[in-house]
Design a protein around this ligand. Structure first.
Ligand code: ATR
Length: 311
């Protein structure tokens, strides 16, 4: 373990300042915006657990030292956010299957003296989607899914969706070649999972119809458009490829995006990605606190409401 060199951690979350409590944190660069402390405090209160959860800023070149320092000082677990997920994965001695699949980690904890990592982002997304789809009496099983975008966010959702036995994943991107590349990359696992995987041009999603009624059960906006004020597809196109049962899901959270507004105006169910953030936190909380998976009865809706109240 590294010597005590990282002053930042002492200023922010020093486990030694919280005697009698198990101390956790989220580490990133930047980190001030993180809502994770609100979510974990909510779960801790709900389950009567005595924990402290804070934010930790790390310099870009000090991630390893900051993490080691945290655990040397008695910290119990960390969430990892941008840009350190690859480094966290590399640092851990033990990796869950999910982390190995993603080759990136958003959760770290010590067990029997070894540093473990997990990736709960994918399962966070699918748990959130299942929760939303259940409200409309459907599920991911056999669903036809359209992913808008072919960057890092899009790439991260493909394996988790296949694991839920969707029937089709269509990837549409402004730069078609990138969608095509993703399809080529995931084709072997899609075939093994018996999922039909295809790429389409984003402006002509409906014109490459192979069937008269070519609509999607779930449309995920994984483009960066949610950060600004645009939608990746025109409203008329969204209308043409959806039914009244389609769920429009934007991976961005904390705002009503143009994509979500268009969907609602068309009478579709729409959601931002806040539930995904809360669900990935719930899985980490369950691991750290030894609770039993989806049956742990963590109050997801309550945690979402607690975060929304801060916007
Ligand atoms: P992330 O890691 O968040 O996915 P990224 O890898 O930079 O970020 O990917 C951004 C995605 O948003 C890409 O699919 C990008 O499309 P291109 O590959 O054509 O660049 C998409 N995107 C960004 N702005 C967009 C816009 N105005 N309309 C449509 N797609 C857009």
């Amino acid at each position: 373990m590294a010597p005590v060199t990282n002053q930042a951690i002492i200023d922010q979350v020093n486990p030694q300042d919280h005697p009698g409590k198990d101390v956790y944190g989220v580490i990133g660069h930047p980190i001030a915006h993180s809502k994770s402390p609100i979510i974990h405090a909510y779960f801790a209160k709900q389950t009567n657990q005595s924990i402290h959860y804070g934010r930790i800023f790390s310099e870009l070149n000090a991630f390893k030292e900051t993490v080691e320092e945290f655990f040397v000082r008695g910290g119990k677990g960390l969430n990892i956010t941008v840009p350190f997920k690859l480094e966290a994965y590399a640092l851990a001695q033990k990796k869950t299957d999910r982390a190995q699949l993603a080759k990136a980690a958003n959760v770290l904890w010590l067990k029997d003296g070894e540093l473990w990592c997990d990736n709960t982002d994918g399962v966070g997304l699918t748990r959130d989607l299942q929760r939303l789809l259940k409200n409309q009496q459907t599920s991911l099983k056999n669903a036809k899914v359209l992913i808008l975008g072919a960057g890092g966010a899009a790439q991260g959702v493909i394996d988790p969706l296949m694991a839920e036995s969707v029937s089709q994943i269509t990837i549409a991107n402004r730069t078609f070649a990138k969608a095509d590349q993703l399809v080529a990359q995931f084709q072997p696992s899609a075939m093994a999972a018996e999922v039909h995987l295809e790429a389409r041009d984003i402006q002509n999603i409906d014109q490459s119809k192979t069937q008269a009624n070519d609509t999607f059960d779930l449309i995920i906006n994984a483009t960066a458009t949610g950060l600004g004020d645009a939608s990746p597809i025109p409203k008329e196109l969204l209308k043409a490829i959806s039914t009244s049962k389609t769920l429009a899901y934007d991976m961005v959270y904390g705002k009503e995006t143009r994509f979500m507004q268009d969907a609602r105006e068309l009478g579709l169910n729409a959601s931002d990605g806040l539930g995904m953030l809360v669900e990935q936190a719930a899985v980490a909380f369950e691991t750290w606190r030894h609770l039993k998976g989806a049956d742990s009865n963590l109050d997801i809706d309550g945690a979402i409401a607690a975060v929304r109240a801060t916007y």
